[in-house]
Design a protein around this ligand. Sequence first.
Ligand code: MG
Length: 157
Amino acid sequence: MRVGSGFDVHAFGRGDHVMLGGVRVPHSQGVVAYSDGDVLLHALCDALLGAAGLGDIGQHFPNSDPQWRGASSDRFITHAVALLRERGYSIVNVDLTLICEAPRLSAHRDQILNSIVRLLGIPDDAVNLKATTTEKMGYIGRREGLAAEAVVLIVRS
Ligand code: MG
């Protein structure tokens, strides 16, 4: 068994929604990002790559490469999952934490969970999604951006 962790942050910017776990969540702002700025999927991608010892998201999808401009982060996850499968790994479970003051996760949690379960091709109970704030402290507390953490356990099947 191998464990991987991931962390990602994006600043809020112009826009009317944020992408979270592949789901479009309405918000008073968007995020500043080269891709679609999906913090949950970026943290998840890094955790998947980390668990398999495959570096990080920036090595696989460099933001100097125009093909990733505005890219849907689903593609990052699909690619990472394929790399793991090629190496004989399967995912045991995934634990994700969204860290922000807004948007609130609760109204979108089921949809996001379903999206991630579908992307990873694993059972419903293998994905857990949590949310927290920073008690109004720091850049997240000032609503300047949002962050996510991911932990993934994989096993060679
Ligand atoms: Mg990112």
